[in-house]
Every structure is written in structure tokens, then in C-alpha cells.
Write a protein that binds this ligand. Structure first.
Ligand SMILES: [Zn+2]
Length: 319
């Protein structure tokens, strides 16, 4: 179970936060300890040196490749590294939290905590949390929660995405769904947070399958600038309003989340650049056990991130 995600501490707390940054810089500038590892942009604290190295290298790799996927260009180096505190144990629930502070268009005071099995940290938690840092660096302002968490879930392992889908069906059938006009307006997590993740994940997938990741980022850029999400949906996805988006999306979920027609999917090449869909291990796709396998069973671009990870670490995802 994911234990939490990003927190930005808001504009009002900037003064306090900047003090915290100064205090934090001193500690993060200390030499790495036995279980520490420093890369260009991350400072990892993990139970063993080998794990710290693996996590740091993977974080750096994700930061590069996911920035290309989402933005089309790598991120510049951060002025201070993002500390990562990792708890790694075979049966630890997978989860992560990343926090930072926005101030006058800059991002400060990164902290990331992650936990889970080594495998799940490397194939789900880390790409999820690193995507939060990419979005924060790019947008430099808070995103609607559904769009942020939804996007981050799309880079997780298929097992995690299948879990979100199972939860989605449960929420939609037990009156825990969130009306889209409410969901689009949420800048904070609701008390009942899991439906937000499940719906955000599903809607992000729907949009990305149709327009690719670059269009998703362009859509968010427009919506943030105007705060007129209906116009942004119309412009980028041809859906005239947030309410209409809910209706289109619900119909799609009821149909089992079918892949878009090839002609539409072909318009979304941005997510496929540089990834090979054929290298993703020999083990059967774990998603096959999910309630709507055709739906979640990944299109090439949705497995590609894990293909890259498997190739890099020389391990395959679990069966
Ligand atoms: Zn998150």
C-alpha cells in the first residue's frame, strides 16, 4: 500500500521552509556514510552500500529517461541533491513520499523516503517518486492531485497498476468515486485518498494512451495557466468539458478500458521514443490476473519503462 506521496508545503510556509533548507544543506553536505551513496542529483541512505548504490544509480537513470519521456529533454542538474531515505525489506509494503517547497518559481528542500522490497522499490516506487520530482522541477507549482498522482502511477510496474484498477472498480461500485468537477478542483488530498489515486491513474492512462506523455504535459500546462480545464480538455483531447470527460471515461471503464484504435494510438509517438517493448522479460505479464486484463495489459509504451529497468539491472519482473 502506498503510504503517501508528494507534499508541497504551500506558499505561506516559504519563510520557514527556507530556514529548513539552510539547515538541511549542512547535513546533506556531509561525507557519505557506509550505507550512503551520492550521485549528481541524489544522496541515498540505504541499509547497505550495495543497495544505496543500486537505488542511486536507478534514480539517476529514471530522472534522465523519464524526463525525456515526459518533457522531451533531460532536466538540468539540481543545485542541491535530493536526499533519498530507503527502507528495504522483502515483505515491506511498497510506498514512498516526496516533499519539496516551491518559492518564486524554484523548488527547494527535497526529501524523498521510499520503502518496499528491493524489486518493487526499483521498478515502481522509485520511478513514481522521481516523476514527482520531474513534474515539480518542470511546472514549479502544484498540480491538481489527480493529474500528478495519476501520471506517476502510469510509470509503475504493471502489478501496481493492476492493483489500482482493481481498487477503481471497487470504489466505483461502492459509491466512493469522485465526481470529475470535484476531482479537477482538488489541490489537496481528500480524506478518502485512495479513490483519487485510482481515478487519477485511470484517467491519466486514458489520456496518455490517446495523446502521449508530451501532450499530457501540454494539457496540464494549459490547464494550470488558465484554470479552465474544460477548454484544455477540448484543445488537447477534443472533449468539450470536465463533465463530458467524466462521462467518456466512465463509458471506457465500463467497456473494460479498451486500447484506443490504432489510428489514434499512432498519434501518440512521444511515449515510445527510445524504448523497446520486446525486452520485457520472459515471465508472463502479471496483469493477466487482473479483472480487466485487456484493459490494463500494457500497450508497448506502458511496459517499456520496465523493460529498460529490467535490461539495466539484469533482472526480470516477478511472475
Ligand atoms: Zn505519488
Amino acid at each position: 500500500m502506498r503510504i503517501g506521496c508528494t507534499w508541497w508545503r504551500g506558499w505561506a510556509s516559504v519563510a520557514v521552509a527556507v530556514v529548513a533548507v539552510v539547515g538541511g544543506m549542512a547535513s546533506s553536505a556531509r561525507p557519505a556514510e557506509a550505507a550512503g551513496y551520492r550521485t549528481a542529483n541524489f544522496l541515498v541512505d540505504a541499509p547497505t552500500e550495495a543497495l544505496a548504490r543500486k537505488i542511486g544509480d536507478a534514480a539517476e537513470q529514471y530522472r534522465h529517461t523519464l524526463a525525456l519521456e515526459w518533457l522531451g529533454a533531460p532536466l538540468p542538474r539540481w543545485s542541491r541533491p535530493c536526499p533519498i531515505k530507503a527502507q528495504v525489506a522483502p515483505h515491506l509494503g511498497a510506498g514512498g513520499a516526496t516533499s519539496f517547497v516551491f518559492d518564486r518559481g524554484e523548488v527547494f528542500n527535497w526529501t524523498m523516503t521510499i520503502q518496499g522490497s528491493e524489486e518493487r522499490i526499483l521498478d515502481s516506487v522509485l520511478p513514481h517518486e522521481v516523476t514527482h520530482t520531474i513534474f515539480a522541477t518542470h511546472f514549479r507549482r502544484p498540480l491538481p492531485r489527480w493529474a500528478d498522482e495519476g501520471a506517476c502511477t502510469t510509470v509503475e510496474h504493471p502489478v501496481e497498476r493492476a492493483r489500482q484498477h482493481r481498487l477503481l472498480i471497487e470504489f466505483l461500485t461502492t459509491q466512493r468515486g469522485i465526481a470529475f468537477p470535484d476531482m479537477f478542483a482538488m489541490r489537496e488530498y481528500p480524506a478518502d485518498v485512495l479513490p483519487l489515486y485510482a481515478q487519477g491513474s485511470s484517467l491519466a492512462r486514458y489520456l496518455i494512451d490517446r495523446g502521449g506523455r508530451h501532450t499530457y504535459v501540454a494539457f496540464l500546462t494549459d490547464g494550470l495557466a488558465s484554470d479552465d480545464w474544460s477548454t484544455a480538455l477540448q484543445r488537447h483531447y477534443g472533449v468539450p468539458s470536465v463533465a463530458q470527460m467524466q462521462s467518456v471515461w466512465l463509458d471506457w471503464v465500463k467497456q473494460g478500458c479498451p486500447a484506443p484504435p490504432a489510428t489514434i494510438a499512432a498519434v501518440a509517438p512521444a511515449t515510445q521514443s527510445g524504448w523497446s517493448p520486446t525486452t520485457r522479460g520472459q515471465s508472463p505479464d502479471p496483469v493477466a490476473a487482473a479483472p480487466a486484463p485487456a484493459a490494463i495489459a500494457a500497450t508497448p509504451r506502458r511496459t517499456s519503462i520496465y523493460a529498460m529497468q529490467a535490461r539495466r539491472t539484469g533482472t526480470d519482473p516477478p511472475p
